[in-house]
Design a protein around this ligand. Structure first.
Ligand SMILES: Cc1cc2nc3c(=O)[nH]c(=O)nc-3n(C[C@H](O)[C@H](O)[C@H](O)COP(=O)(O)O)c2cc1C
Length: 336
């Protein structure tokens, strides 16, 4: 059995609230994106992109685990299915200060199936249970699972309930349910986020059958009003694409979903707060577009949105004064 890490005794981090979270998204929720999103909401739980155990154990650890202290509450999502490796990676996450480790049992990509990573693991509940147990034995931070409501060939409710029950017996208390079946062959991961249809009622049945477990609903949620509605049934909501494409949605999360009295920051204020971070990144040799590509959706919904996107996605590549271009984008926002 894994030894608990030495840091466990001193771990006093509170359990993060999962009432509202931003989904793990490969190539999107990198550290720059998370820094930006954190300026909009102090309380949203942020997830990293999925990191495979292989990448963490054999690759550039700092690159995968590095983050700014302001990003908390912050969860690392792992992809893998070898219990000892997952346990070792969970320890790394804990030592690096993450508030939670999440196991990916939802990604349908062929690339990951070959290595038994992602949604195909729904067909191996005992292996997921062993993985979760190994991680829980290794760390004091929470270990959670993000999964689908089924995979093709294993899509009955009885099988889903068996999956959740088996993994819960291993000690997992929190499940994030992407409420559509994953099709493991014939669809791209992108198509698999649109079809087959969402079935929130299946996720709701899980909450009824396991009232003591935490269930976070994911898939297709677009507004805070929808979040409020789902929070009557579920313990939390997780937003992916809408949070990325329309990030200003997060500006009201603290007030509306966490009941915190805090003035809603304007878009311009958020940009001004981001500026020193960009300056630091440029001074360290980084490029403006590493960060600006994540903020293109900030102006969504009002007249200057198109020009704003253009300035930050096109003009930014043609200038030797990226901060000047950024300041121009701030001006375009006016008082919005
Ligand atoms: C670009 C992109 C990358 C994604 N990468 C991951 C990932 O690394 N891990 C994961 O569990 N899900 C991943 N997903 C799925 C999302 O976490 C989420 O489950 C899905 O987009 C449904 O939520 P939404 O309708 O709110 O976007 C990704 C989704 C997108 C759009």
């Amino acid at each position: 059995m894994q030894q608990k890490s030495a840091s466990n005794a001193e771990t006093t981090r509170p359990e993060p609230s999962r009432r509202f979270s931003v989904a793990p998204m490969m190539d999107w929720t990198d550290r720059h994106c998370r820094y930006f999103l954190r300026l909009l909401s102090q309380h949203a739980l942020l997830y990293t992109e999925m990191v495979t155990t292989g990448a963490l154990l054999h690759g550039d650890r700092q690159r995968y685990l590095g983050h700014d202290p302001s990003e908390h509450p912050l969860a690392l999502q792992l992809g893998g299915s070898v219990p000892a490796e997952l346990a070792a990676c969970a320890q790394m996450a804990e030592e690096a200060g993450y508030d939670e480790v999440n196991l990916n049992v939802g990604c349908p990509s062929d690339r990951v199936q070959n290595n038994l990573i992602g949604a195909c693991l729904m067909g191996h509940p005992a292996l997921v249970a062993d993985s979760v147990k190994a991680m829980l034995d290794a760390v004091a931070i929470p270990v959670t699972v993000k999964h689908r409501i089924g995979i093709n060939g294993r899509d009955s409710y009885a099988e889903l309930r068996d999956f959740v029950g088996t993994v819960a017996e291993a000690g997992c208390r929190s499940f994030t349910v992407h409420a559509r079946i994953a099709i493991l062959e014939g669809l791209s991961p992108k198509e698999n986020r649109e079809v087959p249809p969402l079935r929130y009622e299946v996720a709701a049945q899980l909450k009824r059958d396991f009232p003591d477990l935490e269930f976070v609903l994911n898939g297709g949620i677009k507004t805070l009003e929808e979040c409020q509605m789902h929070l009557e049934t579920f313990d939390g909501v997780m937003l992916g694409r809408e949070a990325y494409h329309n990030p200003y949605l997060l500006a009201r999360v603290d007030q509306q979903l966490f009941g915190v009295e805090r003035p809603v920051p304007s878009r311009g204020e958020v940009m001004c707060q981001l500026r020193p971070y960009i300056e630091r990144h440029l001074a360290e040799g980084g490029a403006m577009h590493h960060i600006s590509r994540h903020i293109l959706g900030l102006a969504q919904g009002f007249a200057g949105a198109r020009r704003f996107r253009q300035v930050l996605s096109v003009d930014v590549h043609k200038t030797d004064d990226p901060l000047g271009v950024f300041d121009h984008a701030i001006e375009l926002l006016g008082s919005h």
